[in-house]
Ligand binder design. Structure first.
Ligand SMILES: Cc1cc2nc3c(=O)[nH]c(=O)nc-3n(C[C@H](O)[C@H](O)[C@H](O)COP(=O)(O)OP(=O)(O)OC[C@H]3O[C@@H](n4cnc5c(N)ncnc54)[C@H](O)[C@@H]3O)c2cc1C
Length: 348
């Protein structure tokens, strides 16, 4: 079968594409911006939302925004900023699309903040049969729960309604410490700052800790900046694998990552990155049921894998890690019994 890439501009076009695929019995995959999702399979239709990325509605009183899922986190931050609003936390890859970030449980770093999916108050989901479902905590709550970290397997997220906050400034600080000290004291930074992350280079013994806190000081283009600009700062994203662990009992995982990375000096050297989030109760969120610490860039750890990782785990292993796995599968069975929205990695 010829490969088809569709770029809908409206929800009606998106629905028509999914319905046609249902009639033709073809597989469908929503794609964001990552090259990794561009691997083409002969029998599938890829739905690229690059042309479906507007802010549809902003409710300043309630501080919510309804946005088309193809917008990138960078574009979203700038757009909300122009309304005097901000997300409470960003992701760690500003080029990713909102639909992908919500679907994979992407997150920034801060112990009092959940991942991006926890900021979602409503979704419009185009299901595999082409039906549009409005879901939220009060409307179709099981679907809302499953689709917030739906891994692209429950349909195409059309629009996302986000809880926002009044825009704010952040003062950031970068600290360089010995790696052992950094790993031993990271919890103190996490508890003492709204946002905190740590990184180190394999084979090196220095750690870099970045923190940020809200401030009333005016943005100066340096240490003090608008929150959304700080969330959007440029990062490389070389990690192929990342795992989450329950905090605060994550010390042994950090030590293991340190050991595994100690002898590695491959070129180019990419950092190992450590981030944290609050607990949530989204069925397949890597932070479900526990405050979490994430380690990206070291393979072979034993935590819950970040979705999108090259983790190689099958359904039995994943079910053992995610207590709500079967609830999520039940929603999947209901929405996509013939598995037309299957993904290539960690399908489960
Ligand atoms: C190891 C690893 C760790 C990561 N850690 C973090 C992190 O800590 N913080 C962070 O912010 N990011 C993180 N990321 C990045 C993030 O999880 C994804 O890689 C990113 O969201 C991909 O974005 P994309 O726009 O390129 O989408 P793609 O890679 O194209 O899509 C990602 C998935 O989302 C699905 N999808 C895309 N759009 C939709 C839609 N509209 N509706 C339904 N499903 C959709 C796709 O089908 C696919 O399953 C990590 C990635 C990896 C590989």
């Amino acid at each position: 079968m010829p490969i088809v890439i569709e770029q809908p501009r409206t929800e009606a076009e998106l629905v028509a594409i999914v319905r046609r695929a249902a009639v033709d019995g073809r597989r469908v995959r929503a794609v964001g911006r990552a090259r990794r999702s561009r691997v083409l399979r002969g029998d599938e239709i890829q739905v690229d939302l690059a042309a479906y990325r507007r802010v549809q509605r902003v409710d300043r009183e309630r501080a919510t925004a309804t946005v088309e899922a193809g917008i990138t986190l960078r574009e979203l931050g700038i757009a909300l900023g122009s309304w005097g609003l901000s997300m409470e936390n960003g992701g760690r890859q500003p080029g990713q699309t909102l639909g992908a970030a919500v679907s994979l449980g992407a997150h920034g770093s801060g112990a009092t903040h959940g991942g991006l999916a926890t900021q979602v108050t409503g979704l419009r989901l185009v299901t595999p049969s082409g039906t549009v479902i409005d879901c939220s905590a009060s409307e179709e709550p099981e679907i809302f729960d499953a689709a917030r970290v739906g891994r692209g397997m429950l349909g195409v997220i059309s629009t996302v309604t986000l809880r926002c906050q009044a825009g704010f400034n952040l003062r950031s600080e970068v600290t360089s410490v010995g790696l052992d000290e950094g790993l031993a004291t990271f919890d103190t930074y996490v508890d003492g700052h709204e946002y905190a992350e740590l990184s180190w280079l394999p084979g090196r013994d220095r750690a870099r800790i970045v923190t940020a806190d809200r401030t009333d000081e005016p943005a100066d283009g340096g240490a003090v900046d608008r929150g959304y600009r700080w969330f959007n700062r440029r990062r490389t994203w070389p990690a192929k694998v990342a795992y989450s662990f329950a905090r605060p009992a994550s010390g042994p995982a950090l030590q293991r990552a340190r050991e595994l990375s100690a002898g590695r000096r491959s070129a180019p050297l990419f950092p190992i990155e450590v981030s944290v989030t609050a607990a949530d109760d989204i069925a397949l969120s890597p932070a479900q049921g526990r405050p979490s610490l994430f380690i990206a860039g070291v393979a072979g750890l034993s935590g819950r894998p970040e979705w999108g990782s090259a983790h190689g785990l099958g359904p039995d292993a994943l079910r053992a890690m995610y207590p709500r796995w079967d609830e999520w599968q039940a929603v999947r069975d209901r929405l996509d019994p013939t598995r037309r929205f299957a993904q290539s990695r960690g399908q489960g």
